[in-house]
Structure formats: structure tokens, C-alpha cells
Ligand binder design. Sequence first.
Ligand code: GDP
Length: 519
Amino acid sequence: MEKLTVTIATCFILCSVLLLPPSPNIFNRLKSNLTTTGSYDSKKPREKLLGGGLLATELDDESCLSRYHQASLRKPSPHKPSAYLVSKLRSYEKLHKRCGPGSDAYKSATEKLGLKPGNGSESVGECRYIVWVPYSGLANRIISLVSVFLYALLTERVILVDQRSGISDLFCEPFPATSWLLPRNFPLLGGKKRDRFFDRSNSHCYGTMLRNSAPNLTETSLPSYLYLYLISDYSDDDKMFFCEEDQKTFIGEVPWLVVNSNIYFVPSLWLIPSFQTELIKMFPEKETVFHHLSRYLLHPTNQVWGLVTRSYDAYLSRADERLGIQVRVFDRHAGYLQHVMDQIVACTQREKLLPELSTQVTNTSRSKRLLKVVLVTSLHPEYSVKLKRMFWEQPTSTGESIEVYQPSEERVQQTDKKLHDQKALAEVYLLSLTDNIVTTARSTFGYFAHSLGGLRPWILYKPVNRTAPDPPCVKAVSMEPCFHRPPLYGCQAKTIEITPFVMTCEDSNPGLKLVDAPE
Ligand code: GDP
């Protein structure tokens, strides 16, 4: 296995070196690890990622090149993780190792899943679990995964991810000497049982339990597992998950939680009083939750990282400045929309992200001319084609050279198709490597990219009546993703009103997002 990964890494490096022009990039740094015989010298010290040591140090970086090499493509982040967050992660890694798949604790905990309440099903020692099952498109999945991971950190549960969604084609294992993949023979989700499990009428579904009758909170009736339905169309009963009382007296005691989710529910975790104290210590800078956790948890596989670095080297590395424009048209039947194009141009020029066009040729000498590369991501190619044409046909008023690049043009969403999802992920990472970013309102694809990159985006407002809105876009006050469907009226209603660090999202009302300095 080790040999195979070294071979893949070596091939990966050599192929890229041969195919691409030399540039001050990851491969040049990697090349310095190549010995004279061309083999990969794994003993040479490699750049370790992330100020503050967020990453686990025991992980092997050859089977997952992105883990340590990502830092060399990024500007140093001004946002440092707190020492408390680092210590929480180190303790979490130990817990995961003790309780993860293959451990005696895991075996014993899964055996107890079949037992009836009161027969010992509730006693699993220190190991309690939360299983994440994704729903919707890639970025919806990821924002929910990060939310579930934060919940696991807060409640000292072990996170396990359902692997049927192809997560291992996208990301490397994040924790040392263990696995985060839920074994395929996990009793609750095997074979035909699986579909029935996710039916909301499942009597273990927390919202359904509440709807049928309040669960009996005596210890003997604690179930061995609960199903949590945290999907955008969830009911008020499902939203009781966010109530302190429900967490303390019931949910927190259940050994296994299985959560199906597509939402970024982090802001509502901050509104649970007993979690808030801990969260303030973990994230003194509130808008950095997704930023830090995504960089800790998510490391693209070598295949995805190849897509990222090949694009980066060929198109982005030479730029003096990089602008990302993420165009998402939610209407499945619409591809190119002229008003969206007008809006992109209006926003980028008004915010001075791109120069105006000129009728006169400016006299800047070639060597002094700044090169700005615009990375466009969209299912549709027309936006980048038009932008490219615009800057080719006329000079810019500033004399800057503008290059436009779009990596893929998939046309339609094909979630769960391996290469499609890998391209989508690679594009998110490429967007996160830009200096400024323009995103589409309500798109989690954009949230993932800007938050990972540590960028506050310019958000293109949702067009009304097929016309470009005026103003066309707004600069976000926080780099956090928006929680589109927060529980506004239940147990958290009052807290939302008096909490200064949550605000209505710029692109979604009644969405909520975390901010440091409310405006
Ligand atoms: P959202 O729907 O914008 O919130 O983002 P999701 O990621 O949840 O779902 C959209 C899906 O459509 C992505 O995961 C991709 O599969 C596809 N998609 C949308 N925009 C792009 C894009 O710019 N590039 C690529 N490669 N795929 C995209």
C-alpha cells in the first residue's frame, strides 16, 4: 500500500512537471523532495500546514498531498486558531482513536444497537457516536458535515461518515491512526433497512417522537439511537434539537445519533447557552468557525488535488491578482441569462474588482502591466466566454491585462458522479485560492469557497423579475456561511433577539450568520 502511494505520488509529480511550464509552485517545492534518481524522498522535511498546529502531526502526507502542501499555495491566513481549539482537536483525535471503527469500544457499541431499551443499550462507556449521512449537492453536504463535526467536538461524540456518498473519492482521512468512515456493515443502515431508516415516520426520528408524544425521559427508556432529520424542510419538532433542555435531558444521553443533513446549523449551536461558553473559548473570532474547521477536517484526495494544482499552475500562479467569480443559476432549465451577465459586470466594475473598458490604448509597458486572472466557476461556459471576449476586444482603462479562465463546464448538476463531484470540489478549492471573490446569493458552493479561503465575498443579490438588481451586489460582513433555515420561533427565539453576534444574512432572510462586528 505504502509503495503504491509513493508510486502514485511520484507519477503525479513527474507528470505535472513534464506537462506544465515551470512556476513558483507546489511542484517546484515537491521537486526539491525528489532525489537524483527521481524517487520521492519522504524524509526531507515538508512544509507543515496551518499556524497554531491545527493539523494532526502523525498523518502520512504522501497518500494525501493536499494535507501539507495546501499552505504553499495560500497567503498566510491572518486568522490563527486559538490554543483552546487546538487542544480540543488533539483530545478529539485521541477519543476517535479509542472509539473508532476497529476498536473494541466500537464493536461493543454496535452490538448494543440491537438491544431493547433498558437491556443495557444505553451504557457504552465513554464512546458515544454521531453518524453523518449527507443530502443534496456537494457544498450543502460539506456545510452540514462541518456543523456535525463541531457538534461532535462540543458533545465529545465520535463522528463517523456514511461512505456510500463517495466521500473517500473526495477527501483523505482526517484523523491519525483510525478511520472516520462508517463501516459498511453498520447495522442500522445496511441493505433494505436503509431506505426505511430515513423515512421520517421512523419511530426513532426525534421530531416524530416529539410529535407522537414527549419522550419519556426516565433512564430505562432511553433508546440506543436517534435519527435526527436536519434537512431544509424540517419541522418545528425536528428543530427542538436546538433546545438546551432537549440536549441536556435526552439527546445528549443517547449513545448513537444518526443525522441526515444539508444545512449549516452552526449559528444555532452558538445559541444553546451551555455550548456558547465553550464556543467562545474555541473561536474568539466568531467568523472563523467554518474557516478553521474546514481547513482542519477537509483534505482533498490526490486525484482532486491534481485537478487543483494543474489549474493553479497553468492559469493562476502567474497572476499579480486573482479574482474568483462563482456563478450559480438555480433555475435548472436556464443556462445563460443576460441579466446575470449584466449583474456580474455591474458588480465587478462598481466595486473596482475589474477595470472599466477604454476606447484608447494605454501605454503601459508590457513588463509593468499588472496581470489579473479571473477564475470563473459555473455549470455554464457562457459567462466566462463573454467576459473573456470583453477584455480581448477592448483595452482596460487601467492598462491591466485581464485573463479569464473557467476550469469546467458541466452544464448540469450530477451529484454522486465521481468525476463531476471531484471537479466541483477542485473548483471550490481554486476559488478559495483567489484574493477576492464574487459569489451568488444563497449558494452553498460559494459559502464553502469563500469561508475556506478566509474571504468575505461580494454577494450577487438574487435578481428580481429577470433584471439585474441595483445595487448588484453587497460585501458580506462575515466570512461565515449562512444558516438558511434557523429555528426562529422556538426555544431560541429570545436568544436570537438579544445575541449581538448573529445577524440576518445579506442574501437570505430569515437566514442567520455569525459575525464579529455587527453593522
Ligand atoms: P448550491 O446548490 O449552489 O448551494 O451548491 P451545492 O454544491 O450544494 O450543489 C450544486 C452542485 O451543482 C455542485 O455540487 C456541483 O455538482 C454542481 N455545480 C454547481 N455550480 C458548479 C460550478 O461552478 N462548477 C462545478 N464543477 N459544478 C457546479
